[in-house]
Design a protein around this ligand. Structure first.
Ligand code: EPU
Length: 429
C-alpha cells in the first residue's frame, strides 16, 4: 500500500493535458459487448476502473488488448456468463454490464455495484427501464438477475434525472425491437459520447444531450473506432488547482463548453480565465478572492464531482461560502479531513459552510472516496508543510498520472510505500 505526500505552497506554472473521460470510459467499454466485431476505443485514461472493466470483458470471453491508452475489444465470442461476485463489485459502473449484456444476450447476472460511498445510490430507475423493455428483474443474494424472451421498445419516463439509468437504458434498447423513448433523460456530455459510439456501431439514436432520447432498435451492431471525449471532471480539478496555486496554468485537451458552470463561478470569485477551442488558461495572482455559493445540479449545472475539490479552494476566499449538494446528500466526508488541516467548515444538512480565508496546514489525512481524494490533493498543494494522503486506491480510480501531471506544473508530490504499522493503523481507523 502506498501514500501520497505533498509539500505544499509551490506556485504552479505550465500546461497540463487532460486524459479521456472516466465516466465515458466506464460506459464505452461495456458498450463494446453489443457489437459483433472488434471495437477500438482510443484515448482511454490510465486508471484502475478501465483495467478492471477490461478484465471483466475477458471474464465473459472477450479478447481485450490495451496498449497506449487504446483498447481493442473483440466481442465475437463473448458469452452470457453470470458475474454475481468478484471484480464487478469493485466499481459502480459495472452496472453498465447489465444493460449491455441484457441487450446482447437477453439475460445477465451482475453483482450489485460498489463504488464510492456518497449516501444512498439506488438503481431503481435503471431497473424500471429494463422492465419497461420487457425484462424480468430480480435481486437474489446481492446480485441482479435480468432475463427477457425479447426486448421491445418502450416509452420510459425517468422519475430522477440519472446519468447511469439514461446510459443503461440506451445500451439495452439499441438492439430491442421497435422504438424506445427516454423522457427526462440526463444530458451529460458522457451520454452523447456513448450515443456517438453506439451510432458508429450502427445504432439509431436521436436526441442524446437533450432530455428526450429516441432509439430505433436495429438487428445487429458492428465494430468501429471511437475517440473518447476529454474528462471534464479531471480538467475541472486541475482548473481548481490552477486557480488555487497557479501563476499561469493552461489546461489542454479540454472542451470549455463542458465546464461553463465552473468557469462562471471562478470568474465570480475574481479569477482571470481565458478560453479557446480546446484550452483554458487560468491566470493567478489575485490579491483577494470573493466567497461564492455553489449548488450542485445535473448538467449543465455545477457538477457534484467538482464540489469536493472546489470546497478546498473556497477556504482561500474571503467571507462565507455555502456549498450545497443536491445530488448526493452525504458527499461531505472530506470536510473532517479539511478541518484537520485547519479549515473553518461546518456541515448543516446538505450544505457545507466555509469561512475564509484560512491558510491550511499540512496533516495526515485519508481519502474516503475519489473526489474527496481530489479535494485533499488540492488542499495539500495549498497547505503550508507536508500533507500525507492515504486511501490512494480511490484516487487511482479516476486520475491518470496524477503525480506526473502535477510535478510537470512545478508541484512537489510523491508516493511512498506505507510501513506495516501504518497499514495496521489505517485499517483499524
Ligand atoms: N438515482 C436514483 N435512482 C436511480 C439512479 C440514480 O434515485 O436509479 C439518484 C442518485 O441517488 C443521485 C442522482 O439520482 O442522487 C443522480 O445519480 P446518477 O444516476 O446520475 O449518478 P450515477 O450514474 O450513479 C454518475 C457518475 C458519478 C457522478 C454522477 C452525477 C459514473 C460511473 N458515475 O453516477 O461520478 O457523480 O453520475 O453526475 O458515471 C465520480 O466520478 O466521482 C462519480 C461518483
Amino acid at each position: 500500500m502506498e501514500k501520497l505526500k505533498i509539500a505544499g505552497g509551490d506556485l504552479l506554472q505550465g500546461t497540463v493535458s487532460i486524459s479521456g473521460a472516466k465516466n465515458s470510459a466506464v460506459a464505452l467499454i461495456p458498450a463494446t459487448i453489443l457489437a459483433k466485431s472488434p471495437v477500438t476505443i482510443e484515448g482511454l485514461p490510465n486508471i484502475s476502473d478501465v483495467n478492471i472493466l477490461g478484465d471483466l470483458l475477458e471474464e465473459i470471453g472477450g479478447k481485450v488488448e490495451l496498449t497506449n491508452n487504446e483498447m481493442v475489444v473483440d466481442p465475437s465470442e463473448m458469452i452470457s456468463m453470470p458475474l454475481p461476485n468478484g471484480k464487478v463489485k469493485k466499481l459502480r459502473a459495472s452496472y453498465y454490464l447489465m444493460g449491455a449484456m441484457l441487450g446482447r444476450f437477453k439475460k445477465a447476472v451482475i453483482g450489485l455495484p460498489g463504488g464510492c460511498h456518497l449516501g444512498p445510490r439506488p438503481i431503481d430507475q435503471h431497473i424500471k427501464g429494463f422492465e419497461a423493455l420487457g425484462a424480468k428483474v430480480t435481486n437474489e443474494q446481492g446480485a441482479i438477475y435480468l432475463r427477457a424472451d425479447e426486448l421491445k421498445g418502450a416509452r420510459i419516463y425517468l422519475d430522477v434525472v440519472s446519468v447511469g439509468a439514461t446510459i443503461n437504458i440506451m445500451l439495452a434498447a439499441v438492439l430491442a425491437k421497435g422504438r424506445t423513448i427516454i423522457e427526462n433523460a440526463a444530458k451529460e456530455p458522457e451520454i452523447i459520447d456513448v450515443a456517438t459510439l453506439l451510432s458508429s456501431m450502427g445504432a439509431k439514436i436521436k436526441g442524446a444531450g437533450t432530455d428526450v432520447i429516441r432509439i430505433d432498435g436495429v438487428e445487429e451492431l458492428h465494430g468501429c473506432r471511437h475517440s473518447i471525449i476529454p474528462d471534464r471532471i479531471e480538467a475541472g480539478t486541475y482548473m481548481i488547482i490552477g486557480a488555487a496555486m497557479g501563476r499561469e496554468v493552461m489546461i489542454d485537451n479540454v472542451i470549455p463548453l463542458h465546464l461553463e458552470s465552473l468557469i462562471a463561478k471562478l470568474r465570480e470569485m475574481g479569477m482571470h480565465i481565458e478560453t479557446s477551442n480546446d484550452q483554458i488558461l487560468l491566470v493567478g495572482g489575485q490579491k483577494e478572492l470573493k466567497a461564492v455559493d455553489i449548488k450542485t445540479l445535473v448538467y449543465p449545472g455545477f457538477p457534484t464531482d467538482l464540489q469536493q475539490p472546489f470546497t478546498s479552494f473556497l477556504t482561500k476566499a474571503t467571507g462565507t461560502s455555502v456549498v450545497t449538494d443536491t445530488i448526493y446528500s452525504a458527499r461531505f466526508k472530506h470536510i473532517d479531513e479539511l478541518r484537520r488541516m485547519g479549515a473553518t467548515i461546518k456541515v448543516e444538512g446538505r450544505s457545507a459552510i466555509v469561512t475564509g480565508p484560512t491558510t491550511l496546514q499540512g496533516a495526515k489525512v485519508k481519502a474516503s472516496d475519489l473526489r474527496a481524494g481530489a479535494a485533499l490533493v488540492c488542499a495539500g498543494l495549498m497547505a503550508e508543510g507536508v500533507t500525507e494522503i492515504t486511501g490512494l486506491e480511490h484516487i487511482d480510480r479516476g486520475y491518470s498520472q496524477l503525480e506526473e501531471k502535477l510535478t510537470g506544473l512545478g508541484a512537489t508530490i510523491w508516493r511512498e510505500k506505507m510501513t506495516e504499522k501504518e497499514i495496521e493503523q489505517l485499517q483499524s481507523s
